[in-house]
Write a new protein. Structure first.
Length: 133
């Protein structure tokens, strides 16, 4: 991830790696602000929700506004904010069909590290026009 020079390859690499490591059913990455990428499904409600997180959220998938980013319905989620220069600039949303896969009492240190590494990697690579659509 840290050596990938292309933003379009970097996002795919992050998704493939996390899917494999966590054996995920669905995953999405969205960025905005200082990471300069726009997505049709990123709106004030979703960015406000992510910006309000002080740490990654793990627990049931209920009415979080970012669930629409996933390709299919899930039972539990891990939502990891991506912070660049003290600004929330995106999120990784990882979903599982298992309702007890991501729980509110699980340790989040590894997820914090993943968020920091992904935000750092994404912030150093200029985004391609395809990711800005």
């Amino acid at each position: 991830m840290l050596a990938e020079p292309s933003a379009d390859q970097l996002s795919g690499h992050i998704i493939r790696s996390l899917t494999e490591v966590f054996d995920l059913d669905s995953i999405a990455i969205r960025t905005w602000g200082v990471l300069e990428s726009e997505h049709d499904d990123v709106n004030d409600e979703s960015t406000g929700f992510i910006s309000g997180l002080n740490q990654p959220y793990c627990g049931p998938a209920s009415s979080q506004p970012v669930l629409g980013w996933l390709s299919e319905p899930v039972g539990s989620v891990a939502i990891v904010p991506l912070t660049v220069l003290s600004d929330c600039a995106g999120a990784i949303v990882m979903g599982s069909h298992q309702s007890d896969r991501f729980t509110e009492d699980m340790e989040i240190d590894f997820l914090v590290m993943i968020g920091e590494l992904c935000a750092s990697a994404l912030s150093r690579v200029p985004l391609s026009p395809e990711l800005e659509a």
